[in-house]
Design a protein around this ligand. Structure first.
Ligand code: NAD
Length: 379
């Protein structure tokens, strides 16, 4: 029996949104053991949270720099093998870079950095480190998203001719319309979040999803963003036209002021023969649309699904699996890569996806600021 992969965690404390998702995902396939980390910059909250979730406290460090110093003193057989970076965006780059420079594998939340320049530097650092680097575009782990990708790759819908991704939320309404609140949340602070809020936070999920399921690259975009108030420097809504080629085009529609919406993330891809539709709030249903035929609904766990889709399903059909399972599948792929076992490169997003995501964010803001013009993404 292989020993568990020693996992460290940065951020993701009891006050965070995303921490529990990573902890559950890491436990899901019995591949990881959390051995320590820094959950919170406040020591009392940091150590208090570690105690609350039953972790030994000897490897809970007061800050990130201490983690690096103390962990690298340990023999390789005891040292953390991989560290998950779950802090606010501006800390991803300094933390991930130093982790790579010290030989750690890294699982990094999205957006990967706060600038495209940082993303490129991280990519160069990874080349030297030669470790595993995953970016948690969580939704790519869903079995029916993987199925959608396989069906498009196998030509089942024919040549792609129209793409539509929507990510609508309404959570920022009470913040954006309150002058005090909109000036204090880190997500609307460019120094902590990067130059974009809506496109950076959820537009980047939609962009990655489009490239993941279609296997195509978006090469040009035109963005129209909405900042709502003059004193707000960050977009909270945006529509982006996309071109993959002269004949394959589409749209990314994103909003955090879509009142009443929760996580209404959908992706629709139409080929010459058929269309496929998937919705995050109902993730176990993949809709197949064909001219002159009844609508078909594909579901996880059935033998008609592809190997990579079935690999991400743990229970017999009819047992709903969700966002925890999706992230669990990404952690599973990363575990195989760390163990140098065979795995499909579509099992987890890599630094390439992280770099493209940062390029997309910056180009969307550039397009908007230059008067809603077409801009080209880097290859
Ligand atoms: N993959 C997804 O679908 C998804 C969803 C939500 C958030 N995220 C990403 O996850 C990251 C965190 O988002 P969140 O919503 O959990 O944020 P949050 O503000 O809810 O939590 C951030 C956590 O980081 C901790 N932290 C802050 N500074 C730290 C430091 N110097 N050292 C250690 N810990 C520190 C805080 O104490 C807190 O526990 C962001 O980059 C966000 O974009 C991704």
């Amino acid at each position: 029996m292989a020993s568990k992969i020693r996992l460290g965690i940065l951020g993701g404390g009891g006050d965070s949104l995303i921490g529990v998702l990573h902890r559950v995902a890491a436990a899901m396939y019995d591949q990881y053991e959390i051995v320590g980390g820094v959950f919170n910059p406040n020591w009392e909250e940091n150590i208090g949270f570690a105690e609350k979730i039953g972790l030994p406290t000897n490897r809970i460090y007061k800050d990130f720099d201490t983690l690096i110093v103390e962990e690298t003193k340990l023999p390789v057989s005891e040292r953390m093998q991989v560290v998950s970076v779950l802090t606010p965006n501006f800390l991803h780059f300094p933390m991930a870079k130093k982790l790579l420079e010290n030989g750690f594998n890294v699982i990094c939340e999205k957006p990967m950095t706060i600038t495209y320049e940082e993303a490129i530097i991280l990519q160069e650092t990874l080349k030297l480190a030669n470790t595993v680097f995953a970016v948690t575009y969580t939704y790519t782990g869903y079995p029916m998203v993987r199925q959608m990708r396989e069906m498009i790759a196998n030509g089942e819908i024919g040549e792609v001719q129209k793409i539509d991704a929507q990510y609508y939320q309404g959570w920022i309404n009470p913040i954006i319309h309150d002058k005090e609140k909109r000036s204090t949340t880190w997500r609307l602070n460019p120094e902590k979040s990067g130059i974009s809020c809506c496109i950076g936070d959820i537009g980047t999920h939609a962009f990655d999803m489009i490239e993941y399921v279609t296997g195509l690259k978006v090469n040009a975009i035109l963005a129209d963003l909405n900042y709502v108030y003059d004193d707000n420097k960050m977009d909270v809504d945006g529509t982006v036209l996309i071109r993959c080629s002269d004949t394959t085009k589409g749209v990314i529609r994103t909003s955090q002021i879509a009142t009443g919406e929760e996580n209404n993330f959908t992706v629709q891809v139409y080929g010459k023969k058929a269309g496929l539709k998937w919705a995050q709030e109902n993730p176990n249903y993949l809709y197949l649309l064909e001219d002159g035929k009844p609508l078909r609904v594909l579901k996880p766990g059935h033998s008609y699904n592809s190997e990579i889709s079935l690999d991400g399903t743990k229970l017999p059909p009819g047992h709903p699996e969700g966002i925890f399972d999706s992230m669990g599948n990404i952690y599973k792929g990363v575990a195989s890569a760390i163990r140098k076992e065979q795995y499909d490169h579509m099992e987890f997003p890599t630094i390439i996806d992280g770099v493209r995501g940062m390029n997309f964010i910056e180009k969307a803001v550039e397009s908007h600021q230059k008067g809603n013009i077409w801009v080209t993404l880097d290859d």
